[in-house]
Design a protein around this ligand. Structure first.
Ligand SMILES: Cc1ncc(COP(=O)(O)O)c(C=O)c1O
Length: 397
């Protein structure tokens, strides 16, 4: 595979000439190579006709290669991945595979994205499911112990983020998976904030399902996301009413075994988008996920040290080595929602810097708001220095 540098990566993101882009945890900018892959494929289809055999062949080859890149990144088989439109829907595909009923339990953590909190409410209201939220406090050991106590005979599924959305904490996923599996409970890992930010090996995590996003840290096209299903769960993964033998199967002809891909994807979809997602993954792999992680860690160290030295600013992201990556969340003494939104807006308007006013809990607690800063592989030290100076100026303004 061609090697690319961090500088090459940045050159594929013209938006970096306009703003200090620290919002990759929300939406990363799309790499120009990914945009080109999507538009080239769409133009090809339009020009040559999507239904023509040669066009289908051309698009299919590109698409299979794209799926291969995503599978390589996660260290899994392409047929184990279902590509769709976002992380939330990928999560619902997994949830819908379970036959939820009154008294069943869904276990999750206090650091999940709002989409999980919403799904939990849906499960409670529509199916009478009991939801247990395990508090994540300072130590991983205390969390693992609480998790152990929270999983019961009634627990059907445990969901945990790999990197927590509110504060960038890297969760002890492998240990959590072991605890759940000991009790026979499958685990869904929400990797929306980790894949593309740090190396992620789905098999090594040991989980049963992993979901993620195209446009965040993968810098891929909007409207792309995916679910990976471990081979152990492929039989039970049934998000939709899909038969094992299709209605147009010829009598007596061999039938391909259903896969996570075939159960998650059917009907017409946007092939160029999948091709663009694969191109983004390929580009990041050409730079190297280790290189991206290490660069973001270096810049984040500077940011955190400087912010810790700034009166009135608190770094709430865990600082111990290995407990966080490129996300840093800050709180500001005395800042409520309006103050935080005001500062974020000022940074955008006056300093061309993009950061996020981030609710720290789901469900909402109005006094818990922070500033989430996503430092990615394409960010530079100069940008981080400008951000530090600007936050200091902004809180004094
Ligand atoms: C951890 C996590 N899970 C899920 C989501 C939802 O992602 P999507 O917009 O792709 O549905 C996000 C979005 O920020 C997230 O951070």
């Amino acid at each position: 595979m061609e090697r690319l540098s961090l500088k090459d990566l940045r050159e594929q993101l013209p938006v970096t000439e306009e703003v200090g882009y620290f919002q990759t945890g929300t939406y990363g900018p799309t790499l120009s190579s990914a945009v080109k892959a999507v538009t080239d494929a769409m133009e090809y289809e339009a020009l040559h006709g999507p239904a023509r055999p040669d066009t289908r062949q051309y698009i299919m080859e590109k698409e299979e290669a794209a799926r291969g890149h995503l599978a390589d990144l996660l260290n899994v088989n392409p047929e184990e991945i279902g590509i769709g439109s976002n992380t939330t829907r990928a999560m619902h595909r997994v949830l819908r595979s379970f036959d939820w009923g009154e008294g069943d339990e869904f276990v999750t953590t206090s650091l999940e994205h709002v989409s999980t909190a919403d799904a939990s409410r849906g499960l409670e209201q529509e199916r009478g499911v009991n939801v247990t939220v395990v508090e994540v406090d300072e130590s991983d050991a205390a969390f693992i112990e609480s998790l152990d106590g929270a999983i019961t005979e009634e627990t059907k599924l445990f969901l945990i983020s790999h990197i927590a959305s509110p504060n960038g904490r890297i969760m002890p996923v492998r240990e959590a998976v072991d605890v759940a599996h000991e009790k026979g409970v499958p685990v869904l890992v929400d990797a929306a904030q980790s894949v593309g930010q740090i190396p992620v090996d789905a098999q090594a995590l040991g989980c049963d399902y992993l979901i993620g996003s195209g446009p965040k840290w993968l810098l891929g096209p909007m409207g792309s996301g995916y679910v990976w299903v471990s081979p152990d769960q492929s039989d039970t993964f049934r998000p939709y009413f899909t038969p094992d033998v299709g209605a147009w199967s010829k009598p007596g002809a061999p039938v391909a075994a259903p896969t996570a891909r075939s159960r998650a994807e059917f009907g017409t979809y946007n092939h160029p988008l999948v091709i663009g997602l694969g191109q983004a993954v390929k580009t990041l792999m050409s730079v190297g996920l280790d290189t991206i992680r290490d660069h973001a860690a270096d810049l984040s160290k500077t940011l955190r040290e400087e912010m810790q030295d700034t009166p009135g600013v608190n770094v709430i992201t865990p600082l111990e080595p290995g407990k966080s990556a490129g996300v840093t969340t800050l709180t500001f003494d005395g800042y409520g929602e309006e103050d935080m939104q005001g500062l974020v807006q000022w940074l955008n308007d006056e300093r061309s810097i993009l950061v996020k006013a981030q609710w720290l809990t789901a469900p909402l607690q109005l006094d818990k708001i922070g500033m989430r800063i996503s430092v990615a592989g394409f960010n530079t030290e100069e940008e981080v220095r400008h951000l530090i100076d600007s936050i200091r100026d902004g809180i004094r303004r």
